[in-house]
Design a protein around this ligand. Structure first.
Ligand code: AVJ
Length: 322
């Protein structure tokens, strides 16, 4: 077995500083907001894994179906030997791509990147056992900082699966995709998973499941602030909000304070006031149509080469060439 390399250029101090900056900025903004990347401590990553198994959360299964049906096509079309996965989480779906690379005789490198060191380490340990021929580099970090750390060898495919791109607003998406494009050489590849616009009732249920797992996932960001910023949010009191914004075609997730309150944040040496009913925005999840995916890819300097959906038409995976 080759050694597993975990690259972490963000020290605990860097992460703490980033959290302080995001919390200070977000909680003094109007409306208040917190970036979704802070959901994913060890507990949040576990809760997200549970979301992917919920009956209401069709995305993960739909994307799995697409990868199961087309991973070999993806390899035959691209011939890549290096898979870079952004926001890899448990890397469960990734195995379909690794299997296809193996069949194609081009499984050389796998580079998963995630904000959660614990999720990354767990995934890499099992992947190292099952794919001993692959060289593994795990990168701990967020997308912006970690793209600069990518190994340059091989013909690379950057996979951004699970609909993660939907966490960004349109302008951010194009800016980010352009950074990915600039990191790649011409002729390298992007594999992009996008959740599609559909019946708003189904969309809302996917983000407000009957078992309450998504609500707990959402509230987890307040646990993170309580623990890492010495805050005293009364976490259980916050109400999970998930609404469909039909104009912008996105789900908007937030946490509603049931009453006026003052929250102390020792780590920021400050307090935050919330009025009764005030919502802290914690996540957006944009839903796509094919034309939008194509235009944003083109605007970012990619050429969309293939587009696959699951049999129900719920989710799409696009293959684009840099
Ligand atoms: C990981 C960003 C794709 O937007 O569906 C799931 C996160 N949030 N339920 C999504 C999420 C609430 C998820 N992504």
């Amino acid at each position: 077995m080759k050694p597993v390399e975990l690259i972490n250029r963000r020290s605990d101090d860097d992460v703490a500083r980033e959290l302080r900056a995001d919390a200070r900025e977000g909680l003094t903004a109007e409306p208040k907001r917190l970036p979704p990347k802070w959901f994913y401590d060890a507990r949040g990553s576990e809760l997200f894994e549970r979301i992917t198994e919920l009956p209401e959360y069709y995305q993960t299964r739909a994307e799995y179906e697409i990868l199961e049906a087309h991973a070999l096509d993806m390899l035959e079309l691209t011939g890549v030997d290096t898979l870079v996965e952004l926001g890899s989480g448990s890397s469960y779906k990734t195995r379909l791509l690794l299997d296809a690379m193996r069949k194609n005789g081009t499984l050389h490198r796998f580079v998963p990147l995630d904000v959660s060191a614990s999720a990354l380490r767990g995934a890499l340990e099992t992947i190292a056992v099952d794919y001993p021929e692959a060289t593994l580099y795990g990168i701990v970090g967020d997308f912006d900082t970690a793209l600069a750390e990518l190994p340059a060898e091989g013909v690379r495919m950057v996979a951004l699966l699970g609909g993660t791109i939907g966490n960004m607003r349109s302008r951010q998406r194009v800016r980010f995709l352009r950074t990915v494009r600039d990191t790649l050489s011409s002729g390298e590849w992007l594999l992009l998973g996008t959740d599609l616009v559909k019946d708003p009732t189904r969309l809302r249920r996917a983000y407000d499941d009957s078992a309450g797992v998504t609500a707990e996932f959402n509230r987890n960001v307040l646990h993170v602030l309580n623990r890492d910023l010495g805050a005293d949010f009364p976490v259980a009191e916050f109400e999970h909000i998930a609404r469909w914004n039909g104009d912008r075609e996105r789900i908007e997730i937030g946490l509603r304070s049931p009453r006026a309150m003052r929250v102390r944040l020792d780590g920021l040496d400050s307090t935050v006031e919330l009025v009764a009913g005030e919502v802290i925005e914690t996540e957006i999840s944009a839903k796509f149509r094919r034309e939008r995916v194509d235009s944003e890819l083109a605007e970012s300097g990619f050429e969309r080469v293939e587009w696959w959906t699951d049999s129900a038409g719920d989710f799409a995976v696009s293959l684009a060439r840099a």
